[in-house]
Design a protein around this ligand. Structure first.
Ligand code: CTP
Ligand code: MG
Ligand code: K
Length: 181
């Protein structure tokens, strides 16, 4: 595989995990998942993790996976190398895993005294990768092993923080997000 192929496959394969966070930001609001409950002096998760945002995020990830699956053959033919079509369980692992990783990071933020919206370097950029990849490996093992080779995973770990920082700065500049991270 050339580096370009690896980068394209990594990006394509991760799109259903990338889009949920952005959809959650656009759709967020309403009832927080933790229902306002606290653990110790802090909220369990905080007002930034809502049912609506989470549902919208997972739905957006699944919808994008369905569209990419319809396009995979044609795009692969045009590029001259195959790109992944998503099995339903792979799509679910990527989309739900991304939201779960983000929720887990908020849980850890609250336990370490960080207020809602506080920066949490490393976690902010990779929380969704850390949960979506293992969950996908669990739910769709063969599919995962076919596409997520070690070089693809390495590209994801390097590419994701760059993309995350870029999209969040853009979203902040457009007034869609309260903080640029
Ligand atoms: N959001 C949501 N539900 C989620 C994730 C995000 O409703 N599961 C929405 C919230 O409106 C949130 C915004 O998207 O404020 C930005 O997401 P994020 O940066 O993850 O949350 P923060 O507000 O920064 O809160 P935290 O400190 O807990 O990460
Ligand atoms: Mg935030
Ligand atoms: K986050």
């Amino acid at each position: 595989m050339t580096l370009l192929e690896t980068v394209v496959i990594a990006f394509w394969a991760m799109l259903p995990a990338y889009v949920p966070n952005n959809a959650a930001v656009l759709a967020g609001g309403g009832r927080p998942i933790d229902g306002g409950r606290t653990w110790g002096d802090e909220r369990v998760l905080g007002d930034g993790k809502t049912w609506r945002g989470t549902a919208a995020g997972i739905t957006a990830g699944l919808a994008l996976a369905a569209v990419l699956t319809l396009l995979a053959d044609d795009v692969g033919a045009a590029l001259g190398f195959a790109v992944p079509a998503f099995e339903p369980l792979a799509a679910l692992g990527l989309a739900a895993g991304a939201m779960l990783g983000d929720i887990l990071a908020s849980f850890l933020k609250r336990r370490t005294g960080r207020e809602r919206g506080a920066m949490f370097p490393g976690f902010d950029q990779l929380d969704f990768v850390v949960v979506s990849l293992p969950l996908t490996a669990l739910l769709a093992t063969e599919w995962f092993l076919e596409w997520f080779t070690w070089d693809v995973i390495l590209v994801i770990v390097v590419l994701t923080p760059v993309l995350h920082v870029t999209t969040n700065v853009v979203a902040y500049k457009f007034g869609l997000k309260d903080e640029p991270w």
